[in-house]
Each structure stands twice: as C-alpha cells, then as structure tokens.
Write a protein that binds this ligand. Structure first.
Ligand SMILES: [Zn+2]
Length: 221
C-alpha cells in the first residue's frame, strides 16, 4: 500500500512539473502584440486600481517570482520583468494580484503571511519527531509529529484561495484593460492555471504523505 502512495505522489509531481514547464516554455516564446513587459503590465494593473506604493524589482534569477507583503514589493525574474511574452504579462499580473490582495487586506493572504514562520518550524519539527518516533517505536512521538504535519497541510490549503484569487484578479484586469488580445489572454490564463495546479498537486502529495504516516504509525501500534 505504501509504495503505491509513493508512486502516485511521484506521478503527480512529475506530471504537473512537466505540464507547468511546457506551458510556461510555450508562452514564453509568444510575444504580446502591444509589446508590454511584465513589469509594465503589473504597473498598469496596479495603477488601474489606484495603487501607487508598490515597488517592482527585477530578480537576478530565472524564477522565483513573488510578491513580498512585508516590503510591498513585486519581484520578477529577468525574463518576466523585461520580457514581452504572454507568460511574462500573465505572471506579472498574477503577482500584481497579490499586491491588490495586500492593499485590500484580503484575509487569506494575511493568515498565510502570519503562518509562514510557524509552518516552517512545524515542518522541521514534524520530520524530526516522526523520525524519532520510528527509531524508538514511539506511538506518542509519531502522533505529535503527525499533528505538526497536519499544520503544514493546513498551510498548503490556505495557500490555494490566495493563489486562485490572485490569478482571478489578473484575469479580470486582462479582460477589462484590453492590454492583451483575446488569444493572448487565453495563453496567459493557461500559464496561470498550470501554476495553480502545482499548488493543488503539492497539497495532494502532502495528503498522500499524511496517509502514509498514519499507515506507518498504525503498523507500530
Ligand atoms: Zn501567487
């Protein structure tokens, strides 16, 4: 049973990664007709929503695009900051969507932000306790470790509305601002859907891991 769970997890991870990478690659090669860069698209989306206090910076890396709510900064990878691809505009507007969430005090984003540190600690503690639980065949240690792991899963769950909502805001702006053609919008949406799928996959894999931990614990009762 356990190896089936491991194989399913690997298949989900591989499938989603391949889909994400190929979709991203495809729309990185399609330039948008208005010649907008990711940074410009994000800036216009913010200004259309009367937000002028967000920094947009370029990362010295090929990935890791994110919105940092502590400093109110959108950071985009080089290709997306300067690039005029459909993927660049889509991803940059998604990050601008997070900035809009921050500006409107969107509750799931606040909760997610507040839980980041605790989740990192929970994750480390969880693995440590479960490992000790296995070594010492301790049901109690494993149980505590599993509860810390549940906290990590809960964090991944709260990430979903935050991500879906940021993409929804991006898509709404694309439609209302007319920066992309209908065909380009379709491509940008595909990139955002693929990115959202990676968060769903991460949650699914964690749930399978949780089931596996419960099975391991059950076999040591
Ligand atoms: Zn996001």
């Amino acid at each position: 049973m356990q190896w089936i769970l491991i194989i399913i997890s690997l298949l989900i991870a591989a499938g989603v990664t391949i889909y994400m990478k190929s979709t991203e690659k495809k729309y990185k090669e399609v330039k948008n007709q208005s010649g907008l860069t990711g940074a410009e698209a994000a800036r216009r989306m913010l200004e259309a929503n009367n937000i002028y206090n967000v920094q947009i910076e370029m990362l010295n890396a090929d990935d890791g695009d994110h919105f940092d709510s502590a400093t109110n900064t959108i950071r985009l990878s080089k290709d997306y900051f300067n690039g005029t691809s459909v993927a660049a505009v889509g991803v940059a507007m998604h990050e601008a969507g997070h900035a809009l969430q921050h500006a409107s005090n969107y509750a799931p984003l606040r909760i997610r932000h507040a839980a980041v540190q605790t989740t990192n600690v929970s994750s480390t503690l969880s693995y440590f306790l479960i490992l000790l639980g296995i070594i010492f065949s301790s049901y109690a240690l494993m149980t505590v470790g599993i509860w810390f792991f549940v906290a990590v899963v809960a964090f991944q769950l709260i990430t979903l509305p935050v991500e879906f909502n940021a993409s929804r805001r991006a898509v709404m702006s694309m439609q209302s601002m007319g920066m992309l053609t209908a065909e380009e919008q379709k491509g940008a949406r595909k990139v955002l859907t693929a990115a959202a799928l990676t968060y769903v996959a991460a949650l699914l894999i964690s749930v399978l891991q949780l089931i596996r931990l419960l099975l391991i614990r059950g076999s040591r009762e």
